[in-house]
Design a protein around this ligand. Structure first.
Ligand SMILES: Nc1ncnc2c1ncn2[C@@H]1O[C@H](COP(=O)(O)OP(=O)(O)O)[C@@H](O)[C@H]1O
Ligand SMILES: [Mg+2]
Length: 370
């Protein structure tokens, strides 16, 4: 069992925060992915949980026990790094068995565990090879096997797939999902790759500049991003985000901007003229000659094989639509799109926080002048 409780943990280097007041609860058996751009503090957070770094402040608990100051080997956790850090002069079997030899387990016990783990990860035929004679994917599996051999309560993984080519990465992703199901252990997995996060995580913690922006299931983050940062980070191509105004017109609320006039399907006689940051995902724009949500001219069409990305200049904005191929439009064409009102996201332009339409038309509190 491994339940992790991270309580207001910060880490500073000089005056700079690498991790800033992060609180996170990870339930037993979860596959939690720490996701975020390079430099946002993912590795630092993971290394503090592993005991390889000391937090500047805050506490870390494992199954209720405070482990903030415990030595790494005293935590019931196994870490898998981006660089596999295998011993080149040892065979695969010796590499996998290393953590057990370091703990002075019996030879019979070690042999049994190594064989068992090797079977799970399909390494049985490679046990006598040295790491130099393995492919990247096989080395990656050996590193995983070495972490599994102790049967830890939780696995901590720092971008373990980043050295693999695209095909192997996709295959290993599927293996990790299956492994997680089979072991029922807690996985805490660091990546900057949103596809890895979306496909593997039971929950994602999205970090930016050392802070947690949002924690939730992949669907929650994708469908209801809490901030404009989350909205822009998830999705490929990313969500179209543009400054706009929410206003009441002809008895309903609309989102207006240069080249954009989208119905929010909310009855309202008055109110609004509120500045917002509006967001529409590329796959939610639908070609419709009668549509008014977005009107513009096609700047470029990208062929993705099954779909096309149509880049449209609408007033001052360039928006991207993702359409089934062939979309039937060409560079220079005038086009119009509609969008389901439910798929229009609104954010506060100053704080970046998600707005409901009620927020967006609420009168702003008057500023009190003393
Ligand atoms: N040992 C260190 N000394 C100084 N700054 C560090 C050190 N380790 C990490 N940092 C800084 O902390 C921030 C977070 O780094 P890191 O946790 O490695 O990010 P990520 O893994 O998300 O790419 C970065 O700005 C990085 O430069
Ligand atoms: Mg890192």
């Amino acid at each position: 069992m491994a339940r992790l409780h991270i309580d207001t943990v910060s880490k500073t280097y000089g005056a700079d925060y690498a991790v800033r007041e992060v609180s996170l609860d990870i339930a037993d058996g979860e596959f939690m992915v720490l996701l975020g751009p390079s430099g946002c503090g993912k590795s630092t957070l993971l290394r503090m949980i592993a005991g390889l770094e000391q937090p500047t402040s805050g506490r870390i608990r494992l199954d209720g026990n405070d482990i903030t100051e415990a030595a790494p080997q005293r935590r019931d956790l196994a870490m898998v790094f981006q660089s596999y850090a295998l011993y080149p002069h040892l065979t695969v079997a010796k590499n996998i068995g290393f953590p057990l030899r370091a703990r002075r387990r019996s030879r019979a016990h070690i042999a049994e565990r190594v064989a068992e783990v090797a079977r799970t990860l399909e390494l049985s035929a490679l046990l006598e090879r040295r790491p130099g004679a393995l492919s990247g994917g096989q080395r990656q599996r050996v590193a995983l096997a070495r972490a599994m051999v102790r049967d830890p309560g939780a696995f901590l993984m720092d971008e373990p797939l980043s050295n693999l080519d695209a095909k192997l990465r996709s295959a290993t992703r599927a293996e990790l999902i299956a492994l997680h199901r089979r072991l029922g252990a807690t996985f805490l997995y660091v990546t900057h790759d949103q596809v890895e996060a979306m496909t593997m995580a039971t929950r994602i913690a999205l970090l930016d500049a050392g802070r947690v922006e949002q924690v939730g299931t992949p669907e929650e983050l994708y469908d209801r991003p809490r901030t404009a940062f989350v909205a822009g980070f998830l999705g490929s191509p990313p969500m179209n985000l543009f400054p706009a105004v929410v206003t009441a017109r002809d008895g309903g609320l609309r989102v207006l901007s240069d080249g954009i006039d989208a119905d929010l399907d909310i009855t309202a006689d008055s109110g609004g003229d509120t500045a917002v940051l509006a967001g529409i995902r590329p796959e939610r724009l639908r070609l419709d000659a009668a549509g008014s949500a977005v009107r513009g001219r096609v700047r470029m069409v990208e062929n993705l094989g099954s779909e096309e990305l149509v880049h449209v200049v609408a007033g001052a904005h360039t928006l991207c639509a993702r359409l089934p191929r062939p979309a039937g439009v060409r560079t220079g064409d005038d086009v119009a799109f509609r969008v389901d009102p439910a798929h229009i996201h609104l954010f506060d332009p100053a704080s970046g926080l998600r707005l409901t339409w009620q927020d967006a038309v609420a009168p702003r509190p008057a500023v009190l002048v003393p």
